[in-house]
Each structure stands twice: as C-alpha cells, then as structure tokens.
Design a protein around this ligand. Structure first.
Ligand code: HEM
Ligand code: NAG
Ligand code: NAG
Ligand code: NAG
Ligand code: NAG
Length: 322
C-alpha cells in the first residue's frame, strides 16, 4: 500500500519534471515586474502589523499549496459549482489569510498586469510573514505558474495528518523530494500559530481507543491541555508554542524535547535517531542552525512540482482560474 502510494507519487513527479524543463529562479520578474517583492512585502506588512496572528496561516498555506499538486496556487482556488476545492478540506476550513494574497495580487495587477502568478505571491508572502515576526528570511526562487485544478479529496489524501508516525511522515515527505532533515526543520514551523483541540485531543482522552492518554506526552502538559480542551471540543483553539505563538523562534524544539509537542506528528520526531538528534542539537545550541536550515528547506519545499514555462497560467484573480 505504502509502496503503491510512493510509486504513484514518483510517477506524478516524473510527469511534472517531463513537462517543465525550466526551473524557478531568484529575480525571475526583474525585467517584467521589478517591484514585485516590495509590493508583496508592503501588503503582507500592512496586514501583519494589524493582526500578527495572520503570519502563521500564511506560512501554513504555502506548505499546503506545495504538498497538494505542487506549489501551483491550487490552495487559493475557490470551490465552483459541483467541485469542492482544496480549501474546503483543510481541517474545518481553518486556513486563513486569503485576503492578504488577494490584496497583494490586486496591487500587482495594477503595476504589472498578468505577469506574477498567485503561487509566487504566496511563496513571497509566506517568507515575508515569517521574517516580519522575527524569523529568518531567504531568497525565493520565482517563476511558478498557476494550476487550473483544485480538488478537495487530494488535500485529504496528500497532506500529512497530526496523527502520523515517523515512518508515515518520512514517506510522505520523501515522495515529494524532501528528506528527514527537511521534515524535522519544516516541522519547526509549529513554533508559531494555533491549533484546534481536535487535532490532538485523542492524545489527552482516548489515545488507543481505551480512554487512555498518549504516554509520549508530558503528564503535566496533558493536565494543562485538558483544562482548555474538553472531550469532543470542535471549536477551541490553543497556542502551539504557548507564550510566543506570534514570534518565530526556536522554542518548538524546546517543547518537543520536553515531550510537549502538541501533535503525535511532533512527538514522532523523538522516535527517530536523526530527527531526535536535530531536536536536541537545536535545544543545546539555542537553535544555532534552525533559522538557516529553515530558509533552505523552505526553498526546497517551494520547488515541489512547480509549473513553469508554458504550463498552467497566470491567474488574474487568485480565487479563480482564468
Ligand atoms: C510534518 C507534518 C505536519 C503536520 C502533520 C501538520 C499539522 C498541522 C495541524 C493539525 C495544525 C493545526 C490545524 C488546526 O487544528 O487548526 C497545524 C498548524 C500549523 N502548521 Fe502544520 N503540520 C505539518 C507541517 C507543517 C509545515 C511543514 C509547516 C510550515 C513550514 C507548518 C506550519 C503550520 C503553521 C504555521 C500552523 C498554525 C496555523 C495557524 O495558526 O492558523 N506545518 N499543522
Ligand atoms: C472565496 O471563498 C472564500 C471562502 O473560502 C470567501 O470568503 C470569498 O469571498 C470567496 N471569494 C470570492 C471572490 O468569491
Ligand atoms: C505507522 O503508521 C502506519 C499507518 O497508520 C502503520 O501502518 C505503521 O505500522 C506505523 N508504524 C509504526 C512503526 O508504528
Ligand atoms: C474511544 O475510542 C473508542 C474507539 O475508537 C470508541 O469506541 C470510544 O467511544 C471512545 N471513547 C470516548 C470517551 O470517546
Ligand atoms: C468542526 O467540525 C466539527 C465536526 O464536523 C463541527 O462540530 C464543528 O462545529 C466544526 N468547527 C468549525 C469551527 O467549523
């Protein structure tokens, strides 16, 4: 089953490579839209200065975009009659921040109409969001084109779940060309943002279906979370990195090492020698390499299955195909 899944991913990747000889590159719009980076940054800054919690969903949106059909802006497409889009799948539609992308895109359409793809706007906004809340910055290779398809069921199938173990995570990431280091580094994105209780409450109340708790979560933390999250709570949200959920820092690795990672998928990073070593090394050296590593893995993630050349289109409005 896993092999089959892997094979179909591989074929999908080969198909994408075959259709796109050209890659993405830093400075792609140098001649056609020289202010693109400044415009996206200004817009992102405008929104985040009013609502700093918007940084997290923008980062997460880029991740979801890339993991489903490649980074092609498909996560931005609205549903149409008879077709539910990826947007509708995201656990209880918890993705936010579409208005930031739409605003940046409409500013770009005034300056250089029909030139900049929505997938590129999203990749830039995710980078700017992270750097605006004290995180690292990195150069974003550009030149992605937008896909025309967005299917709900693909999002449910291809995105990792918070219940995944290490083996499953490794396979999911590996099928997209991301290695174990990318997995542990990109998981550090959980140093910002919020989560619904239902994404982890089985760890508090019913881990193996016998009314038990996850033995891999710190007991004191379980008690603390149980106060916030009652069983079957479908609406409450909690900070993933309590105290600094609006600041991009290295606390994620401190939390995970103390067995206070929120999801089973976070805790899973302690079950493999390589990822455990990374977690502990960031802890002991106060995250000395995390910021640099994060930029590198984001650039890698941002190149998954991109459409370039004549593939896809440059959408006029990010919520709709042309
Ligand atoms: C390793 C596999 C991953 C799993 C299983 C996972 C799962 C989740 C889940 C379940 C949530 C909470 C959703 C909710 O309940 O509302 C979440 C939130 C978040 N994730 Fe991940 N994620 C993963 C990887 C990543 C990556 C690679 C990034 C970015 C680099 C990322 C960035 C975020 C952010 C920023 C949030 C907070 C969103 C907000 O505040 O609205 N995640 N993730
Ligand atoms: C697209 O869908 C979102 C909800 O997912 C909605 O808020 C927005 O108004 C829609 N955009 C347009 C232009 O219809
Ligand atoms: C990981 O999860 C998969 C799918 O749920 C399962 O088949 C596999 O046995 C698990 N692996 C380990 C080591 O627990
Ligand atoms: C715990 O999980 C089991 C198996 O999924 C289910 O039958 C049971 O009703 C659950 N108990 C609670 C309290 O949710
Ligand atoms: C999330 O889904 C659950 C179960 O489908 C539902 O009871 C709950 O109201 C939903 N929450 C939100 C915020 O949509």
């Amino acid at each position: 089953m896993a092999t089959l899944k892997f094979l179909s991913f591989l074929i999908f990747q080969l198909f994408l490579i075959a259709n796109n000889c050209e890659g993405v590159e830093v400075g792609f719009y140098k001649k056609t839209c020289p202010n693109v980076e400044a415009i996206v940054k200004e817009t992102t800054k405008h929104f985040i200065s009013i609502a700093p919690t918007l940084a997290a969903p923008l980062l997460r949106m880029h991740f979801h975009d890339c993991f489903v059909r490649g980074c092609d802006g498909s996560v931005l497409l609205n549903s149409t009659k008879g077709n539910k889009a990826e947007k509708d799948a995201i656990p209880n539609q918890s993705l936010r921040g579409f208005q930031v992308i739409d605003a940046a895109k409409s500013a770009l359409e005034k300056e250089c109409p029909g030139i900049v793809s929505c997938s590129d706007v999203l990749a830039l906004a995710a980078r700017d969001a992270v750097s605006l809340i004290n995180g690292p910055t990195w150069s974003v290779p550009l030149g992605r084109r937008d896909g025309r398809v967005s299917i709900l069921s693909e999002a449910s199938k291809n995105l990792p779940t918070p219940f995944d173990n290490f083996t499953t995570l490794k396979t999911t990431f590996g099928a997209l060309g991301l290695n174990v280091k990318d997995l542990v580094v990109l998981s550090g994105g959980h140093t910002i943002g919020m989560s619904h209780c239902f994404s982890f409450s089985s760890r508090l109340y019913n881990f193996t279906g016998k009314g038990d708790m996850d033995p891999n979560m710190d007991q004191n933390y379980i008690n603390h979370l149980k106060i916030k999250c009652k069983p079957a709570d479908g609406t409450t949200i909690v900070e993933m990195d309590p105290g600094s959920f609006k600041s991009f820092d290295t606390d994620y690795y401190t939390m995970v090492s103390k067995r206070r990672g929120l999801f089973a998928s976070d805790a899973a990073l302690l079950t493999d020698t390589q990822t455990k070593h990374y977690v502990l090394s960031q802890l002991n050296q106060h995250g000395s390499t995390f910021f640099k590593d994060f930029g590198e893995s984001m650039v890698k993630m941002g190149q998954i299955g991109v459409l370039t050349g004549n593939a896809g289109e440059i959408r006029k409005h990010c919520a709709f195909r042309n």
